[in-house]
Design a protein around this ligand. Structure first.
Ligand code: GDG
Length: 487
């Protein structure tokens, strides 16, 4: 980001980094459960500029100025947050409908059928237009740097490009990109691809997603593709397609020195959940989403208890599941299904003193998650498909004692980097159950070896590395555009 000092950075995302809610006579500030916000917020704190997002809190309107903006983070004022107000109808069509019933299942192989409604598509286009207008209004020069975030805004890059041809537009797609056959079922596949190709740089987490995107363009658009450099020329513009694996902000020593000790965390969690002394504690932390493989991991826990009854009474699995998109039937049905499965497994193996599975279906404070990560013996991430997954990185960052075992799905982007985890196919119940057993019986020495290596990787490839690589590529391409403009 140092290379862009003095330049104007505008971020656009659906989710806002700070949500103001009314709680009787006071206003409380919430941080959303969102991987995107976890990753992008530290960058904005370092770069400054403006973040444009959908205002979603019940007190958001009370705290903004007449330009619909507020300085954040609260108390620090590093950058400006500009809220866009959407009507219920816009939110239903653009966000719940096209983005979350269409694009989300389209891009994730989780065997949930995407729903494409004409009216949702119309709302998606209109809302993308509203955000494009806001970016254009915010731009203080004709060549701002705009960071477009995620699948809510596939049309935005081309809309911005049309009005600000010199802008440097970096679009980051936080979720997987499927293969051309899968993507091809979207009725507006060409419009989406053309929209994205308004970007100067289009980033994905892995090379595999880049390759899928390039093949999709090759299949559905007239475009020139330089495979060697991953550059797509469409019309008179070029887009660089590159992988930038996202990460977390590695905790500052001042922060981690304030964490309660591992044994205190363990004691508090044991008290809270009534765990016996020798219990092996496994945890999962997710938005309550069908792509995260929560059902599959519950089956694996059940299989472990069935196959190795010595764990009955001694193995407890805690799932934090923060409510998400609960307006949608698919999500409500899924959340109900998980609840029933937990009850069935608990009835099968539980006793008066022993509850094998705890489902904590509520939003938790960041501090509570840290406590849980530090108290756990095992962290379980079994996504059926995940762009990256940050929970596994947060778990590793929380373990400054070099202990704890990560069980990680091979279908999460993170499995490319985090090789010392126990990598599983979540669809294979037996394999996942065996990995849980292996994790639960791993020697402290092996845990230390694996964990210190994982910690080295995540601290090195932290979120500033992610943003730094993307922004330095942007600075390079921008310089080139400026030089070419002079010729
Ligand atoms: C998308 C992609 C990609 C969860 N519950 C609570 C809570 N969380 C936090 C976690 C973590 C974040 O939410 C979830 O991040 P993920 O990466 O797991 O997943 P998505 O939200 O699906 O994110 C994903 C990411 O974008 C970034 O590119 O990695 O693949 O799907 O930070 O800790 N946070 C709090 N309370 C909760 O109850 N405070």
């Amino acid at each position: 980001h140092t290379q862009l000092r003095g330049d104007q950075v505008v971020v656009v995302s659906n989710r806002e980094p700070y949500i103001h809610d009314r709680d009787e006579d006071r206003i409380v500030i919430r941080r959303p459960a969102s991987g995107l916000v976890t990753a992008v917020e530290p960058i904005m704190r370092a770069c400054s500029g403006t973040w444009i997002a959908h205002g979603s809190g019940s007190a958001d309107r009370e705290v903004v100025d007449s330009g619909d903006r507020i300085a954040v983070p609260p108390g620090h004022h590093d950058y400006s947050l500009r809220r866009i107000w959407l009507s219920q109808e816009e939110e239903r069509g653009y966000y719940y409908g096209f983005a979350n019933e269409g694009m989300w299942p389209l891009c994730h192989v989780a065997h949930v059928r995407p729903i494409f409604r004409e009216s949702d598509w119309e709302a998606y286009k209109a809302v993308n237009r509203r955000f494009a207008d806001a970016v254009i209004a915010e731009a203080r020069s004709d060549d701002p740097v705009v960071l477009v975030q995620d699948y809510h805004f596939a049309l935005l890059p081309a809309m911005i490009r049309e009005k600000l041809p010199q802008a440097t537009i970096l679009t980051f797609w936080h979720i997987p990109w499927p293969n051309p056959e899968s993507f091809g079922i979207c009725p507006w596949r060409r419009e989406i691809l053309q929209g994205l190709l308004g970007s100067t740089i289009l980033g994905f987490h892995t090379r595999f997603h880049c390759k899928n995107f390039i093949e999709t363009v090759d299949r559905f658009l007239e475009a020139r593709i330089e495979h060697e450099h991953a550059i797509i020329s469409h019309g008179d513009k070029e887009t660089l397609v590159e992988s930038y694996p996202i990460s977390i902000e590695w905790p500052h020593p001042l922060e981690s020195s304030g964490w309660p000790s591992i044994s205190d965390c363990r004691r508090r969690i044991a008290e809270l959940l009534g765990l016996a002394g020798e219990t092996c504690l496994a945890v999962g932390v997710d938005r309550f989403d069908y792509t995260k493989g929560i059902v599959e991991r519950l089956h694996a826990v059940e299989r472990l208890l069935e196959k190795r009854p010595e764990w009955i009474g001694r193995f407890v699995f805690v799932q934090v599941a923060s409510p998400t998109r609960s307006m949608l039937d698919e999500y409500r049905d899924f959340q109900g299904l998980v609840g029933r499965l937990v009850d069935r497994i608990n009835a099968r193996f539980g006793t008066l003193e022993y509850i094998p599975i705890r489902l904590l279906a509520a939003h938790h404070e960041h501090r509570e998650l840290i406590e849980l990560y530090r108290a756990a013996n095992i962290c379980v991430v079994t996504s059926l498909h995940d762009g990256m997954n940050l929970v596994c990185k947060e778990f590793v960052a929380a373990r400054d004692d070099d202990q704890g075992v990560l069980v990680l799905s091979r279908f999460a982007g993170a499995s490319r980097e985090m090789r010392e985890a126990l990598i599983v196919n979540p669809y294979h119940v037996e394999e996942t159950a065996d990995a849980l057993h292996q994790a639960a019986t791993m020697s402290s020495e092996e845990q230390r070896e694996r964990m210190s290596s994982l910690r080295h990787t995540v601290s090195e490839f932290n979120v500033f590395r992610w943003a730094g690589r993307m922004l330095s590529d942007a600075a390079r391409l921008r310089l080139r555009t400026r030089v070419e403009a002079r010729v």
